[in-house]
Design a protein around this ligand. Structure first.
Ligand SMILES: Nc1nc2c(ncn2[C@@H]2O[C@H](COP(=O)(O)OP(=O)(O)OP(=O)(O)O)[C@@H](O)[C@H]2O)c(=O)[nH]1
Ligand SMILES: [Mg+2]
Length: 295
């Protein structure tokens, strides 16, 4: 296990399942129901703000669009694929999209938006530009903006600066990373991430890591997702990502997206909903800070 995909992974083999889980979770239906209810009832802490904006960034094929599809599926009650997702050499997502999640078919929009971006690429002129990510953070980029890897957004595509407020900004950044390729994060990619992270610190925006494809990275987890917090391999990957990205291990959240299944299941939902809840907790922290600073 550990290197089951075709990509060479230079980590030591750790076949064992740990006796004691390193994070506690009760894998029953009521955990899922409670988490789902929490997200359903969620409203940003600032009354004038309709929705918390969560930005998904990360390497091409990391599973950004699939995460939105997964959360959307849970609230729809069946598997959906509104955002295009798939395995392509270049980024499949070419436009900036701010996706609403609705409570069931034709239901009310939730108190959060998931903002999907084109994948980051290690080369200077491949994938989304870091300048564009910074413009998104500040709220300048409109929904459906078409990314151009060789040129950052032009001023005439910007949302009118005079009308921008806190509600247009990003309230939590999520760096999406594929658990099965962490060991091969190259220098160009690392530099881009560092640049974005420095900017998020400057803007006081919280950042967390969503670690996807845990099923692909560990055979025990593929067999039974409930093994996730007993997998020594996944624990190692979390610490490795934490060290590499300079983000505490408690802020690296593992999930398996829905990608080839036809029905929802509780264990998959629990991990996805827990991740979504942590994003909203972070967004709340950011908004509380903003409120304190304006008082
Ligand atoms: N095994 C496994 N595959 C996944 C998971 N999440 C996504 N995938 C697959 O990974 C591929 C890429 O997923 P996307 O959601 O399109 O990734 P993305 O980050 O949006 O990629 P770009 O838009 O191209 O940058 C797809 O083939 C998905 O089916 C996961 O948790 N486990
Ligand atoms: Mg995508």
């Amino acid at each position: 296990m550990g290197s089951r995909n075709s990509t060479p992974v230079t980590v030591e083999e750790k076949p064992e399942l740990l006796d004691k889980p390193w994070r506690d979770v009760v894998w029953d239906h009521s955990t899922r129901t409670d988490l789902k209810q929490f997200l359903h009832d969620y409203k940003p802490t600032i009354d004038s703000m309709p929705q918390a904006r969560i930005l998904l960034i990360g390497q091409i094929k990391a599973g950004k669009s699939s995460f939105f599809n997964s959360i959307n599926s849970i609230f729809h009650g069946n598997i959906t694929s509104q955002a295009g997702a798939g395995a392509m050499k270049s980024s499949l997502t070419l436009k900036y999209r701010t996706y609403q999640v609705k409570a069931g078919r034709g239901g009310q929009p939730m108190g959060f938006l998931l903002c999907d971006t084109m994948g980051l690429h290690a080369t200077e002129d491949g994938g989304v530009r870091t300048e564009d990510i910074i413009s998104i953070l500040q709220g300048y980029v409109p929904d459906k903006y078409q990314f151009n890897p060789v040129q950052p957004m032009k001023a005439d595509c910007c949302q009118a600066c005079s009308t921008l407020t806190l509600k247009d900004r990003i309230h939590c950044v999520v760096y999406v990373i594929d658990a099965s390729t962490i060991a091969i994060l190259d220098k160009g990619m690392k530099n881009k991430i560092d640049e974005i992270r420095k900017r998020t610190i400057l803007e006081d925006v919280p950042i967390m890591v969503l670690m996807t494809k845990v099923d692909k990275a560990c055979a025990h987890v593929e067999k039974d997702l409930k093994n996730i917090y007993r997998s020594g391999y996944i624990k190692d990957m979390i610490y490795r990502a934490s060290e590499c990205l300079g983000i505490p291990p408690s802020n690296v959240i593992p999930v398996k997206n829905y990608f080839d299944e036809s029905e929802l299941n509780d264990a998959c939902d629990i991990l996805l909903l827990k991740a979504m809840k942590q994003m909203l907790d972070f967004a709340d922290n950011y908004l509380e800070n903003c409120e304190e600073n304006t008082e």
